[in-house]
Design a protein around this ligand. Sequence first.
Ligand code: 13P
Length: 339
Amino acid sequence: MNWDSLVDIANAMVEKGKGILAADESTPTCAKRFDSIGVDSTAESRNAYRDMLFTAPGMEEFISGVILFDETIRQSTLKDGVPFPDHFKALGIIPGIKVDKGAHPMAGTDGEKVTEGLDGLSERLFEYYAQGARFAKWRAVLTITDDTPSSECVSANAHALARFAALCQEHGLVPIVEPEILMDGSHTIEDAFIITEEVLHTTFYELYAQGVTYEGMVLKPNMVLSGYDCASQSSADEIAEMTVTCLSRTVPSAVPGIAFLSGGQSNEKATAHLNAMNQLLNGSGPWNLTYSYGRALQAPALKTWAGSSDNVEAAQDAFLKRARLNALATMGEYTVDME
Ligand code: 13P
């Protein structure tokens, strides 16, 4: 596979029948996930957990790329001591890296956040490329309430996403541009549609203004969904229709693919919604629609693993099951009875 050109890498990341594993939880997020299974989060336990996922036999059939965290890109397989980026390269899986420094309080707003990490990013991208990374991720976080997101918050985050994306392309890495609108709150699906449309318009305006090549990037958006606390929850078909309409209004057809985040949806729903969108498009959309899930790919494996090497095989089976079902969903070929 030719991973030299941005366009080739971006296309390989969103290849039909495959998706991206987001395994880039920061150390504090990892500690939260490990708390839920009663495991101490240490460099060793995090290495063991990632090794369980990354050595799942045959994962390359369903996984095109893996997003790593700074600590993880420097760790290795337990059995043979192969650095994870080299391990992936041998499997034909593209290694990627989370490069933002998290969402921090934004001055002048009522508790909103802007993602930081542009300082020193050029040097870090240089190092990550040398370590084997061929794509990078930056996540902006927006919240829907009566008063938010403010236009300042939307535009500051879009500006940072575009600066990140332009820098990545300059360093030979494909940017995953992730403006995430959280499901927290009681907003309706119509509210989510309006805000997602505004955020994506603003983001693509900034990407254009800063000279980002659409053909060499991947968008990682939220699906258009009502908030967790909204009394009315939509059907998979309605979610698919609203999400595809919103994307068709905002995402240029030059973008090769859209890899959704799961955002706290249940494993089954994240799969069913992706499947419904691909059924709706029926192979005719301008972009490939795939997954870049964290929780919705890992949750059953994390629970089954529970920190014990005795459970590795069963945990890998749980991970591969979700990967396989989501891979089918990228082709609209998933059905609930496969669960
Ligand atoms: P979730 O799929 O768990 O939302 O995580 C995806 C991700 O990469 C968040 O940045």
